[in-house]
Design a protein around this ligand. Structure first.
Ligand code: PMT
Length: 403
């Protein structure tokens, strides 16, 4: 999944021949999952039509401060556009537009929007080779970068003048790649490895029957996605579930039983910085697994169970540098039981969900959790979607690594 997925990208187009490539640029941004709005300078309208960019972005395209055609002219609010944007990209950025950006000249809607923007701004210069190496252009590049803007360097090749050299706007694919790489390198969990367990475990009774539970895996999958969205490299060890994972930073390993989950977790724990146990691991398993389907000949039937290994307990015992987060699913004396688990399993944090809270626990899209840290500080949360609970958990990890 691209880091641009779900992000608002404001594309500013200025008047150079490379403006024709913005049609591809918009398509690629949309393909990456971004929401796109376009602001054009008056000069750029000669090179590409607003209709093209509007069709591709599925949004109106703005180039004037107000809509002249309408009987009661309405204002195109540059401040609103700028605040909407998570990222602004000015491509092509002509020498003229770069000069205005550097000096704060505000004579068109794009400049007014740029000056109002609080988000990261990328600019992709496009001009002839002598203009590109002119001292004024170089000073403007330096100035714009000193303001915190990021340059996407021009490429070399044939130019509109017929000359060949540096100055061509970077190809749309390269612009997208550049931005994605730059954003990924700045994600707060970049370089952090997170091990997560999710879902139920199935403990075989015979070849067709098992002991299981109602965990859907959603809580663990949502934590994996939230951590990967912030740049973490995630190993997600999941018991049987129908959920799929498409994030390229999440390595999903499917297991069936608690013993398998234990093995895989131990293979990855040493190299992990954080481990989160969201799985509902079966506490017991049949002592003997019948090799053939058990016949229903008896009126009553007893299965002898033995304790499964406690995966989280074993991770707590081996803990060195890892930040270890457990879950507690309780039905009574919730806080006290959770505190006992923190100490017994050597946890840094426990996420307590109680089956007494409506909308919390198994199978549901929501959860109501209480965080308890190892010093027994308690943070209660309202009922939220599991996606938001996952973000809360991951933000606690971000805070830890920010210090
Ligand atoms: O999957 P969903 O439908 O989205 O539901 C989410 C959930 C309710 C399963 C999840 O939020 C949750 O609470 N997971 C932990 C459930 C549980 O087994 O709690 P516990 O109190 O029995 O276990 C305490 C901790 O020890 C848990 O982190 C558990 O993963 C871990 N454990 C338990 C037993 C065992 N043999 N090995 C373990 O690692």
């Amino acid at each position: 999944m691209s880091v641009l997925n779900g992000k608002n990208v404001l594309l500013g187009v200025s008047g150079g021949i490379a403006a024709y490539k913005t049609a591809s640029l918009v398509r690629l941004l949309i393909k990456a999952g971004a929401h796109v709005q376009v602001v054009m300078t008056p000069a750029s309208l000669d090179f590409v039509t607003p209709l093209t960019l509007s069709t591709l972005s599925k949004n109106p395209v703005y180039s004037t401060f107000y809509n002249e055609e309408e009987a009661n002219a309405t204002w195109n609010n540059h401040v609103e556009l700028a605040l909407w944007a998570d990222y602004m990209l000015i491509a092509p950025a002509t020498a003229n537009t770069l000069s205005k950006m550097a000096s704060g000249t505000c004579d068109n809607l794009l400049m007014a929007t740029y000056l109002s923007a609080k988000c990261p701004v990328y600019f992709a210069p496009a001009m002839d080779l002598d203009m590109y190496i002119h001292p004024t252009t170089k000073i403007n590049f330096d100035k714009l970068q000193s303001f915190g803007n990021t340059i996407i360097p021009a490429e070399s090749g044939e130019l509109a003048s017929g000359l060949s050299g540096e100055g061509r706007m970077a190809e749309p694919e390269n612009i997208i790649q550049f931005i994605e790489k730059d954003l990924e390198s700045k994600l707060p969990l970049k370089g952090i490895k997170v091990l997560i367990t999710a879902g139920p475990t199935y403990e075989a009774i015979d070849p067709v029957r098992f002991i299981g539970n109602h965990s859907s895996g959603k809580m663990g999958f949502d934590i994996a996605t939230a951590a990967a969205n912030l740049g973490a490299e995630v190993v997600l060890v999941s018991g049987p579930t129908h959920l799929q994972m498409k994030h390229n930073l999440v390595h999903l390993i499917r297991v069936t039983s608690a013993d398998e989950m234990y093995e895989v977790c131990h293979q990855h724990y040493e190299s992990s910085d954080v481990a989160i146990a969201a799985a509902a691991v079966a506490d017991y398993k049949p002592k003997n697994i019948a090799t053939q389907k058990i016949k229903k000949t008896e009126t009553t039937f007893t299965i002898e169970l033995e304790k499964n290994k406690d995966i989280l307990l074993s991770l707590g015992q081996l803990k060195k540098h890892q930040f270890l987060i457990g879950f507690a699913l309780e039905t009574e004396n919730e806080i006290d039981n959770a505190k006992i688990k923190i100490e017994k399993k050597n946890l840094d944090l426990i996420v307590l969900n109680s089956l007494n809270d409506k909308g919390a626990g198994f199978g549901k899209p929501t959860n109501k959790v209480t965080f308890i840290d190892k010093d027994f500080n308690i943070f209660e949360n309202p009922l939220k979607s599991k996606e938001l609970v996952a973000e809360d958990i991951v933000n606690l990890i971000v805070k830890k690594y920010a210090n």
